[in-house]
Design a protein around this ligand. Structure first.
Ligand code: SAM
Length: 440
């Protein structure tokens, strides 16, 4: 999954789909919330302003960090909104954009700094001055390039980033020692050690591995698809269950009680995203401090918006998307977008384990979050501004309803918001999660 998405040989985000085309929009493969309407980025920007007020309006050291910024639209709408709150805008020291794709880094830089801005190289990657606030915007390939500093107030946004991180899938199976023996070996066990016969069965985790499909199988499947008039790309790979434990199966599914409890039910499947836990832990350390970098007072916030499960462990969620259609994730590697459901409980667990200085709120459905943030009021304002322009009015209404659609596969229900905040004994709920602005 990592190679297909961000591999340097040409992953989906790192060059494979070609320079003349990007992943987003009608001509691309998918549409994300910030691309649907400016309201999304504006309300996310407002959420950070409300947090900044609730945390005592820190005058300096504020960092805005976005991971996986796509075309840069979300940050553009956030910065335009923040400009209208000069005290907060002044407190921002720098903006960081963490982006794996060189092409998207360039697109973001043009949007946020203007088409003529000349980037200069810096330790993390490159930097340029932003057109909205005039503050430096730094581009980095990885979050590791942005130092964790105790005197900073990091405001971190991740929208549809976690679903693009590689997952591992494991299935519980009877351990070989518990499998039925041949008659001869059973007889010898019975003679020598009666306690072995009576010991309860033991289970182990096996990893699902990606394996090449035999070329003859690919050719025959292709011929059948052609005869049926389908033009789906062939599945060049398939998932097989490893016959033995692997390096990952020995420790990942043992890392939380949530997985351990399922091990005794053979056939149980769990999807685990270790990178997601590492990112959540990094966010928490930046906000709440850690053993390595202690903070005198936790500060900042992270807002994670993505699709996934609130309290169950994702299973069978790996999917491929191309030209707005679901396709096999094992076809056309590098040309198909791959994603998997985000396990929000695992993120919360990783964040709170990484730092005693943080607490987690949510996940709440995107519809609740956006409605509490005032999407209706913002849409009404925009509609008023559109005046007699009927098609603009219809567009605003359509995109607002799409973002908060609570139908079974609607964006308002499937997408969720989770916040990582400075530890506060759960006394202050953030805006959008049932709380209000509470100036200090
Ligand atoms: C689904 S897009 C979401 C884009 C944007 N947040 C939006 O909502 O429109 C995923 C983004 O994450 C980036 N990305 C994926 N894996 C990454 C990684 N390991 N490190 C940094 N960026 C990554 C992609 O290049 C892309 O910008």
């Amino acid at each position: 999954m990592r190679m297909c998405l961000t591999g340097d040989l040409g992953g989906y985000y790192t060059g494979a789909i070609g320079q003349d085309r990007d992943q987003f929009g009608i001509k691309g493969d998918f549409v994300t919330s910030p691309e649907i309407s400016q309201m999304f980025g504006e309300l996310v920007g407002l959420w950070f302003i409300a947090e900044w007020i609730s945390q005592g309006q820190p005058k300096q050291g504020v960092q805005l960090i976005e991971v996986g910024p796509g075309r840069g639209t979300l940050m553009d709408d956030m910065l335009r909104t923040m400009k209208r709150f000069p005290a907060m805008a002044d407190s921002i020291e720098s903006v960081f954009m963490v982006e794996a794709s060189p092409e998207l880094r360039e697109t973001q830089q043009k949007l946020l700094c203007g088409p003529d801005a000349v980037p200069e190289t810096c330790e993390a990657g490159f930097r340029s001055h932003g057109k909205h606030l005039g503050k430096p915007i730094v581009w980095a390939e990885s979050l590791k390039s942005i130092p964790i500093e105790s005197n900073k107030v990091p405001f971190i946004i991740a929208h549809e980033f976690f679903d693009a991180l590689p997952i591992h899938t494991f299935q519980s199976a009877l351990a070989p020692a518990s499998l039925p023996k041949t008659t001869a070996s059973i007889a010898s066990i019975e003679k020598t050690s009666p306690e072995v016969k009576d010991s309860p069965p033991s289970y182990e985790w096996r990893e699902m591995m990606v394996s090449p499909t035999h070329p003859a199988e690919v050719a025959s499947a292709q011929a059948k698809a052609k005869a049926a008039g389908k033009d789906a790309p062939p599945e060049e790979f398939k998932l097989i269950l490893s016959s033995k434990p692997t390096r990952h199966s020995r420790y990942l599914p043992e890392s939380s009680l949530r997985y351990q409890q399922l091990k005794q039910y053979p056939g149980s499947v769990v999807e685990i995203c270790p990178d997601a836990s590492l990112y959540a832990a990094d966010f928490a350390a930046r906000i709440g401090g850690s053993e390595k970098v202690k903070k005198s007072q936790p500060s900042g916030a992270a807002l994670i918006l993505d699709y996934g499960t609130s309290d169950t462990i994702p299973i069978n969620s790996l999917r491929g998307i191309r030209h707005h259609k679901l396709v096999s994730p094992f076809s056309a590697p590098g040309l198909v977008d791959l994603s998997a459901d985000v396990d929000f409980t695992a993120l919360a667990e990783a964040a709170t384990l990484a730092s005693d200085g943080v607490e987690v709120h949510g996940p709440v459905p995107q519809a609740d979050f956006l409605e509490l943030m005032g999407i209706r009021e913002r849409a009404e304002m925009l509609i008023k501004g559109a005046g007699t322009n009927k098609s603009a009015t219809e567009d605003i209404e359509k995109s607002w309803k799409r973002l908060v659609d609570r139908g079974p596969s609607g964006m308002g229900k499937v997408y969720k918001a989770l916040a990582i905040l400075p530890e506060n004994d759960g006394k202050r709920r953030p805006v959008g999660f049932g709380g209000d602005i509470s100036p200090r």
